[in-house]
Design a protein. Structure first.
Length: 528
């Protein structure tokens, strides 16, 4: 059997977005991913078990890419799923729900009774046992030591390992135990909004009596589906568009180099502006830049997750700043823009520079924050020590590595010099802010370091004189790369302005007045 192609997609509803995962072809099998396996994992295992069906796995509101959808009570969750199926033009189909998602089947079936030829449940007995004995995840609000992630990992793993009705004993039957990688995908999706995960679990547990359908195992499922006579699912996925409620919306786009995840905001008729983030995680922490540059709608702003980072594809390849610049050119081409303004920070500043050097016709103006200027000896030191290997661990040991690695970055430069002389005066972020950074790293996985690492191998001083597009090189006073402004000034490249800005907008909790002033400077420069 060949490797399944699984396509993630955002469906925009009137009050938010829901993410689905689709694979295969044939009659439609709608899957409600439960709360103990990620929808991406469920799409794969159901697709492998039922290769003659088109599988659409729905991520419930509160989880992963659906975590910002506001539905909280069961009827609202069912209504959201119902609208997703309408938007996807899914008609006659079979419905399969995993574990706690069985609670959604009743209210959903009431809405779409004519469409569902059969209802199936996987893990229904386990879910009922968990609910009966009050098994739940407990308090998972972000904690400053990161142990809420460890607690979530242990809870979800135990749901698979232990007998549902006797948690003192390991289960000797049931579906195959998830791998460390599948657990990692599950916890990472559930932890995007951990408090909402807890709430969704409680909501489903209180309504499992609304579960309907025939209990099956994954091994039984193909045989159970074989008797159904349903038409081929043929409607393509709907286009992803901005949410009417405004703010940031999410989109996957297919480029010549892979599937790229975007965070977008602003008026779709406005001036296109590409935000290129630092390396290491996703573009989530750049939300203040995305919304700030979008302003009152004069710009349409899109921030990328690098290929290999965040929610974009994870191709196996060597990565350099040049490779990342080619990726950005592919994004601009896929979106159909003739040229864009660019805002990039740290690694993103280098990518923006290289993009403008290689493709000057694609870049109108650029803001390059904190480009990396480092000496060869420091470069070697950074490349040797900066990037710990991050691999999913069956006990979740990597979670504390990710948390404390990212936390120490706010306290020391570089992070591995934990000594008084290396202390940074940024202030340790709140637990909620640290959580956001950690999730970006976990979403990136083992390839988290590729884009980040490339910045320390780039010769900024050699490439900057080749820039022919107008650019503002800047940094806030507490940026660890602020010394690069002197390097840029020494080069005195025509058309390049060098400026110290009031603050770093995207760092946690900047002074609001200084952040507003800095954003105003960005917008003013890009509006010329």
């Amino acid at each position: 059997m060949g490797t399944l192609t699984i396509e993630p997609h955002y469906v925009t509803l009137p009050n938010g977005q829901i993410r689905i995962w689709r694979t295969g072809s044939g009659p439609d099998l709608v899957v409600l991913a439960g709360l103990t396996l990620a929808a991406s994992v469920v799409a794969r295992i159901v697709g492998e078990a039922c290769p003659d069906w088109r599988v659409t796995a729905v991520e419930l509101p509160g989880i992963g890419g659906s975590s910002e959808h506001p539905a909280t009570n069961l009827d609202d969750v069912a209504a959201a799923v119902d609208t997703v199926l309408e938007e996807c033009r899914i008609g006659p189909s079979a419905l399969l729900a995993f574990d706690m998602a069985g609670a959604v089947v009743g209210p959903l079936a009431e809405r779409r009774a004519r469409d569902f030829a059969a209802l199936f449940l996987v893990g229904a007995e386990a879910a009922a046992s968990w609910a009966a004995r009050g098994n739940g995840p407990g308090d998972l609000a972000p904690r400053h030591d990161g142990t809420h992630l460890t607690a979530m990992w242990a809870f979800i793993r135990d749901c698979h390992l232990l007998k549902p009705d006797d948690p003192t004993q390991p289960a000797t039957s049931g579906e195959a135990l998830p791998s460390a990688e599948d657990l990692d995908a599950t916890v990472t999706a559930a932890a995007v909004r951990p408090v909402r995960f807890v709430s969704l679990w409680a909501t489903c547990a209180a309504a499992l009596e609304r579960a309907q359908g025939r209990s099956v195992t994954l091994a039984d499922l193909p045989g159970a589906l074989a008797s159904l006579r349903l038409p081929q699912g043929c409607a393509p996925l709907p286009s992803t568009f901005p949410a009417p409620s405004g703010g940031i919306w999410h989109q996957y786009i297919e480029t010549a180099r892979g599937r790229v995840h975007l965070r977008r905001a602003g008026d779709m008729s406005g001036r296109p502006t590409l935000v290129i983030p630092t390396g290491g995680g996703s573009s989530a922490q750049f939300a203040p830049i995305v919304t700030g540059l979008a302003g009152d709608g004069e710009r349409q702003v899109f921030a990328v997750d690098y290929l290999g980072n965040g929610l974009s594809d994870k191709p196996e390849r060597e990565v350099t700043i040049g490779v990342l610049a080619e990726d950005m050119a592919a994004v601009i081409e896929a979106l159909g823009f003739q040229n864009v303004d660019v805002w990039g920070s740290h690694t993103g500043a280098l990518v923006g520079l290289e993009l403008a050097v290689r493709y000057p016709s694609l870049v109108r103006r650029a803001v390059l924050e904190g480009p990396v200027f480092i000496s060869p000896d420091f470069q070697h030191d950074l490349l040797s020590h900066y990037f710990p290997p991050i691999r999913p661990d069956k006990w979740g040991l990597h979670l504390q590595l990710v948390w404390n690695w990212r936390r120490d970055m706010f306290m020391y430069w570089p992070w591995y010099r934990v000594e008084r002389s290396a202390a940074r005066q940024l202030g340790v972020p709140t637990a909620d802010e640290l959580h956001k950074y950690a999730i970006g790293i976990l979403e990136s996985g083992p390839t988290y370091d590729l884009a980040y690492r490339s910045a320390f191998s780039y010769d900024t001083a050699d490439r900057l004189p080749h820039l022919t597009r107008p650019a503002l090189i800047c940094a806030g006073p507490n940026d660890m790369l602020v010394s690069g402004l002197k390097g840029a000034e020494r080069l005195a490249v025509p058309g390049v302005e060098v400026r110290l800005t009031p603050t770093t907008v995207w760092w946690p909790d900047p002074d609001p007045l200084l952040a507003a002033e800095t954003l105003a400077q960005y917008r003013s420069y890009l509006s010329v």
